[in-house]
Write a protein that binds this ligand. Sequence first.
Ligand code: ATR
Length: 269
Amino acid sequence: MIIRADTSLYGVFGNPISHSLSPLMLNRAFAETGVNSVYLAFGVDDIGAAISGVRALGIKGVSITIPHKTTVLEFLDKIDETARKIGAVNTVVNRKGLLIGYNTDSSGAVRALKEKTALKGSDVVIIGAGGAARAIGYGIVAEGGRITILNRTIAKGERLAKDLGANFKPLAEIKNLDGRILINTTSVGMTPRVDAMPIKSDLIEKEILVMDIVYNPLKTRLLKTAEDAGCRIIDGVSMFVYQGAFQFELWTGKKAPVEAMKKTVLAAL
Ligand code: ATR
């Protein structure tokens, strides 16, 4: 691609940002579809000032990541209904100067799940009660799934369960899983502590679908254990790629080249 005066700029705002795979993935998507745009990573501390920069420079869209997904809301002109319910934005679209916030973590997770199973009427167990659990949980509820939240910290888990209309159980007290779908939204199992698992392995029985949002390593101990038990698994790259694909589609109006995006991410891991 040749960078010209009319090349559009996109980016990601977060801190830390140097390990983000989003620039590789989104630039591949632009190259693949012939969209004359570039996507850069910005280490941002002051999200308000960075959003002013988007307006001043005419940046066409940005991804928002840790720690700005909640604080960014007050600086935008409009928030999509799902993102407002979740209380977090991971995508900003600049529509002729109007900055609109969306949440594609939610739709990305739902797409990764629906590729493997129906969600309507399904019992889903979510481990964790942070921002990722909230986004994924809202997506599943909107699809008609029933959720049980398992969390280490009781007050935090109970709060999310109440907001989602879900059940809650303390993580430490789990004797059996009340669901056919299990999702880990905590960082347990992530490099370098790859031997860690968010729940005991004997809780994982055959015929459960197990998803992990951790993608480094690609096959976490949880996913390995699940596979050994005969379960189907969804790795963290699926959700990551789909949330990026939905961003690309919101920004360009074109269908995202999902396979190419996934290949790029897998090659980088
Ligand atoms: P994010 O926004 O990325 O989801 P977060 O808000 O920090 O991140 O939430 C992390 C979640 O992982 C929390 O539910 C946290 O449990 P607590 O509420 O008890 O803190 C969970 N978590 C992180 N490390 C954990 C560990 N070692 N064991 C169990 N749960 C853990």
